[in-house]
Design a protein around this ligand. Sequence first.
Ligand SMILES: [Zn+2]
Length: 74
Amino acid sequence: MLPPVRCFTCGAPLGHLWEEYVERVNNGEDPERVLDSLGVTRYCCRRMLLTSVTYIEEVSKYYTLRAKRLWGEL
Ligand SMILES: [Zn+2]
């Protein structure tokens, strides 16, 4: 699953927000509030990122694997 690069509905670019969004949600912030602070106000765009939350766990696994390869087993 690739991060959403653009909103399917209105075409607004979202790809540059994805990493920060994932990181902050992973750190326990409320997804709705992260979207507010990133300036994602249109419902169609919010939905794009909100429905991607289910993939965050996969992304985290990927980052963990990559970190292990870079720095060895922790
Ligand atoms: Zn949109």
